[in-house]
Design a protein around this ligand. Structure first.
Ligand code: ZN
Length: 64
């Protein structure tokens, strides 16, 4: 899987479930650090890109 195939605004699925029950996060900042917002409860976390790449499971593409 291409783990760098995400862009700002993409929804991603993480390996670990958030306490609120959601696996899905939205990328709200993309740089050396990556900020993601939980789609379930709106909680925001900042991760180093290397750590993020380890925790990401897949990119959820919303095709139209
Ligand atoms: Zn949450």
């Amino acid at each position: 899987m291409e783990i760098n195939a995400y862009v700002l605004g993409d929804h991603v699925e993480m390996k670990k479930k958030h306490p609120c029950g959601s696996f899905e996060w939205e990328i709200i900042r993309l740089g050396a650090d990556i900020k993601i917002k939980c789609c379930g409860c709106g909680h925001i976390v900042m991760l180093q890109r290397a750590k993020f790449n380890k925790q990401i499971k897949k990119v959820v593409k919303e095709e139209k």
